[in-house]
Design a protein around this ligand. Structure first.
Ligand SMILES: [Zn+2]
Length: 255
């Protein structure tokens, strides 16, 4: 339990959040956010220098699986908005094109901060997503690890028998960029796969606004081509500001 509060107003505001505060004691990040946020996660600081408070665990489900290589890391915690976004997107892809699960790499550690192999992923607003892929017979394939794909959509060695699943990957992108709650800042992916995805979107007669947003958020970062996974980053939820901080690209749909 928490120590008694001096100010009545403050205690009212914090009473609900104390329920979710398993550790009790003093949390320095709570000081600047006096609004009541019961059961709401908070992203603190920047994606590459930050923390996560009251994070939400993304669980495996009918539509979501952990990429085997990362299943044991325990780094599947995100903000409430991020976890909701991933569950909604996975559900939508599975409903439109049944038979496959969304393959999730790592999000953040339970309390955020630095995790091995990533500069960002510190504040619950980053996630790595494996591509939907098909095996030699055209069936959805759940890979042990991320697999790289070339401009022709074929897997690169040693995964030549696999194919980039244009339809499901496009559905995923379309749902992510159209979400009304969590707003996408970046979807890092190799340039040649971005072109495949936009071509698929045009083939499927996606609304122009969705195509435009997808074109704006997908980019290939310098030095890391992202030919084997998406890296998704969402903006701070307005309720998490000012402790949560965005940096870089501000799209018109930023909250
Ligand atoms: Zn990443």
């Amino acid at each position: 339990m928490r120590a008694p509060f001096v100010a009545v107003a403050l205690s009212l505001a914090l009473a609900a959040s104390a329920v979710a505060d398993r550790g009790g004691g003093t949390d320095p990040t709570r000081g600047e956010d006096a609004r009541p946020l019961p059961r709401r996660s908070r992203s603190v600081g920047l994606p590459f220098r930050g923390a996560l408070r009251d994070g939400v665990l993304l669980r495996e489900s009918r539509h979501v699986r952990y990429v085997t290589e990362y299943a044991g890391t325990g780094n599947h915690w995100g903000t409430w908005e991020m976890v909701q976004l991933l569950e909604r997107a996975a559900y939508r892809v599975a409903r439109r094109l049944p038979g496959a699960k969304l393959s999730v790499g790592e999000l953040s550690a339970e309390r955020g901060g630095r995790i091995p192999g990533h500069a960002s992923h510190q504040s619950g607003r980053d996630v790595d997503l494996g591509f939907y892929m098909l095996d030699a017979r055209g069936r959805p394939y759940d890979a042990f690890a991320f697999a790289s794909f070339g401009a022709d959509g074929r897997g690169l060695p040693p995964n030549q028998s696999l194919t980039f699943d244009d339809a499901r990957n496009w559905e995923l992108v379309a749902k992510l960029v159209a979400d009304g709650d969590a707003r996408v800042q970046h979807l890092f992916v190799a340039r040649h796969l971005k072109e495949r995805l936009l071509a698929e979107g045009r083939r499927r007669r996606a609304p122009q606004v969705v195509l435009d947003r997808a074109a704006a958020v997908m980019s290939q970062p310098a030095g890391h081509p992202h030919a084997n996974h998406f890296h998704l980053r969402i903006y701070c939820s307005p309720s998490n500001r000012p402790a949560c901080r965005d940096q870089g690209t501000r799209h018109p749909w930023a909250p």
